[in-house]
Each structure stands twice: as C-alpha cells, then as structure tokens.
Design a protein. Structure first.
Length: 86
C-alpha cells in the first residue's frame, strides 16, 4: 500500500477513501464500532482515527484483517485519550 504511487506511507495519514479500502471490518467489528460511537458520542473524525489506529495495531500483529481485539484496543486508547483531556 505504501509503495504504490500516490499513497501515503503512514496509516495516520490515510484519506477517507483509503480508510474505506484498507480498514474494512467484518459484521462483528462494525457492530462494536457502531456501539462505541453511539455510547461515547464520538465524531466522524474520531471514528476514522479509531479505524486508522486499528489498522496500525493489526499491522503490528501481522494481520491482514482488523479483528475485534485490534478494534477494541484502539477504542480503549481513544477512551484513555478522552479521559486525559476532560
């Protein structure tokens, strides 16, 4: 992905289109993310940040797919971040 022309080198710089392409979730993960967005009142920007971070965690785990553990870890970091700035 990073070596293709026109693409970014870091997950944190992915565009919305790239997020949709490289951060695809299965039904269970979509449900977890949807629930978290509703319960925590997260913005679309926070939603995308969680997906980018989930992709990074999956990459570090040498996983092609984002799974529930990757997503849950990213959400927990988001919660920690919110608690520190409130």
């Amino acid at each position: 992905f990073a070596d293709q022309p026109g693409n970014v080198r870091y997950n944190g710089l992915m565009s919305s289109r790239q997020i949709r392409s490289f951060c695809q979730l299965d039904n269970d993960c979509r449900g977890i993310l949807r629930h978290s967005v509703e319960e925590l009142g997260l913005s679309a920007r926070a939603h995308d940040k969680i997906l980018r971070l989930s992709r990074t965690i999956a990459d570090l785990d040498n996983s092609e797919q984002i799974n529930q553990l990757h997503l849950s870890e990213a959400i927990s970091y988001r919660n920690l971040d919110r608690e520190l700035w409130v």
